[in-house]
Design a protein around this ligand. Structure first.
Ligand code: F6R
Length: 232
């Protein structure tokens, strides 16, 4: 595990953008695993400004809220379209997220599992980290859940995500998320984290015990992980 410590979110975003850009330049038909949240927004913007050819790139996102469709501005489809895809020459049909409004959520998990299988290992999987150590929406648990599943979000995650809503009661309580085995299948994992609030969990996840109670700790077992942590 390569842990790079920088001072500012700006430095973290530039460094992460350099890594993602280099991946696509090296392999124009790269498969990218992508994350949402506040942490990667500047990185996405930085990558988009480089005018890299995304016409052959395919993407798979980690997660989506149950009950929100792509037109809902709190959905992760909306987030990705707005913050990244709309700024690139990527083909919409090459971008994939779980569908939060599927009527049969188990069938949607099966569809996403099959999609991940057919698309093959991602060249890079971008991750953020939750204050409780979640990656994707794989919440603290008694076991590592391997494949895509429907999860109930913890109080801590609902509280953290309420910053994007007028009222905490509006935050979805469930999500669809890629599983830990699927995250670990990526060839290279790039995790970014910034700010004083993330210091403690980064320490616990990457220098502490490997346990499903801190899902990100499993990354210690992956052979090719880059963590970029910014103080601010
Ligand atoms: C979102 C995701 C989450 C976030 C995490 C950190 O797709 O997978 O694991 O990366 O909750 O969120 P921010 O960046 O908002 O602190």
């Amino acid at each position: 595990m390569n842990i790079l410590k920088v001072k500012t979110k700006h430095e973290m975003s530039c460094l992460a953008a350099d890594i993602m850009a280099a991946q696509i330049i090296k392999k124009p038909d790269s498969v990218l695993g992508l994350a949402t949240g506040e942490t990667p927004i500047e990185m996405y913007d930085n990558v988009a400004k480089r005018n890299i050819d995304f016409s052959r790139v395919r993407t798979v996102n980690l997660d989506e809220y149950v009950g929100l469709d792509g037109a809902n501005e709190n959905s992760y489809r909306y987030f990705m379209d707005t913050n990244f895809f709309s700024k690139l020459n990527i083909k919409k049909e090459n971008t994939n997220l779980p569908c939060g409004t599927a009527t049969d959520l188990d069938a949607e998990c099966a569809r996403y599992n099959a999609l991940l299988e057919s698309i093959g290992p991602r060249d890079i999987q971008l991750l953020g980290i939750g204050l409780n150590g979640h990656v994707g929406f794989c919440e603290p648990n008694t076991e590592f859940v391997p494949n895509t599943s429907v999860v109930s979000l913890t109080e801590s995650t609902i509280k953290a995500n309420s910053r994007f809503y007028d009222d905490i009661s509006l935050v979805p309580k469930q999500a669809l998320t890629m599983g830990i085995r699927q995250i670990m299948d990526a060839k290279h994992i790039l995790l970014i984290a910034n700010g004083p609030a993330k210091v403690e969990i980064v320490e616990k996840a990457f220098y502490g015990k490997i346990t499903p109670a801190v899902p990100a700790s499993v990354l210690q077992l992956h052979p090719n992980v880059t963590v970029i942590v910014a103080e601010n």
